[in-house]
Ligand binder design. Structure first.
Ligand SMILES: [Zn+2]
Ligand SMILES: [Zn+2]
Length: 315
């Protein structure tokens, strides 16, 4: 823990008092130095629920006391080819929360007002809402990339994003097949308790071929494993920001019009769509809370796979 002065918001910015900030695997990649680090030192954390405490000049659209969410996309340029075609998640000059600017593992945070998501919720819900802001949103983006016609959906790596996307997929009438580390019966039971039709090891075959699969675990060897269980014309979506090398695999696993794609970041439109969906279909969030001073313990538990669901820091 480090003590700093409470920061003042600049033009177009808000200062938030942090109510809760969920811990994402990307925070772990940042802390472990597995991603290039543009700014050091950096306060990680990009699944922030906070209360607006101060408004910089021109920080329109929010009032003091409003609850807002701050996700990974903290800024986009608004003028590149991606921003102007509705793909601000791919912006050429983005700024990510907890990566290019200080994030939410803190008591207070400064965020760009235009990228703060209005949250119509009581303060008491902060712990439940925070994990929706990356785990939920990236899960939602991955689910869309899997395709609307993917009725039988495989999910590889059953952590924070998977436990939310499973519930969203089932609410949409899909069937979920959960793949965990081989013999990880505890996580398989967790997946079944959330409604998964089948749960097994990543070395097992599901009872039927799947229409699509999403990979959340950062393990490249899951790419051929997932291609092996999707049908002709099916899709494999990689949902993580980082993955170990993908081993060589025979072309026949990809042949017959199987597709392999990745998803990156989020757009504000995705966020609005997902938060509207969650209002209609509330998701059970399995959160384990930690006091802010125990951020390192939360990261260690995530690294060791000791968290069922998601870790959330509370200042
Ligand atoms: Zn994240
Ligand atoms: Zn842009």
């Amino acid at each position: 823990m480090e003590w700093r002065n409470i920061p003042e918001p600049g033009p177009g910015e808000l200062r938030l008092r942090v109510l809760a900030c969920a811990v994402c695997r990307t925070d772990l990649h940042i802390v472990d130095g597995e991603l290039p680090l543009p700014l050091l030192p950096i306060v990680p954390g990009h699944e922030i629920v906070g209360v607006v405490e101060a408004i910089g000049s021109g920080g329109t659209g929010h009032r003091l006391g409003d609850r807002v969410g701050v996700p990974w996309l903290g800024h986009s340029c608004g003028c590149c080819a991606y921003c102007t075609s509705g793909h601000e998640n791919l912006c050429d000059a983005p700024r990510f929360t907890g990566y290019h600017r200080d994030g939410g593992f803190a008591s207070h945070v400064i965020a760009e007002a235009a990228f703060c998501l209005p949250l119509d919720m009581p303060e008491a819900d902060a712990v439940r809402i925070a994990p929706l802001l990356c785990a939920g949103l990236i899960g939602w983006h991955s689910l869309k990339a899997a395709g609307e016609d993917a009725r039988r959906l495989g999910i590889f790596g059953f952590g924070a994003a998977a436990h939310l996307v499973t519930q969203a997929a089932i609410a949409q009438g899909r069937e979920v097949f959960a793949f965990t580390r081989p013999a990880d019966r505890t996580t398989q039971a967790f997946a079944r308790s959330l409604g998964a039709a089948w749960a097994g090891g990543s070395n097992e075959r599901p009872p039927q071929p799947l229409d699509a699969a999403i990979i959340f675990a950062p393990a490249g060897e899951l790419v051929p494993a997932a291609l092996r269980v999707v049908r002709k014309g099916g899709r494999v979506v990689c949902g993580g920001i980082q993955m170990s090398n993908i081993p060589a695999f025979p072309y026949r696993l990809l042949w017959e019009e199987r597709g392999l794609v990745s998803v990156a970041n989020l757009t504000r439109a995705d966020a609005k769509e997902f938060l509207d969906f969650v209002r209609e279909h509330p998701l059970q969030v399995h959160a384990k809370t930690y006091p802010l001073a125990q951020a390192n313990e939360a990261l260690a538990d995530l690294r060791a796979g000791r968290i069922e669901g998601v870790a959330v820091l509370v200042p």
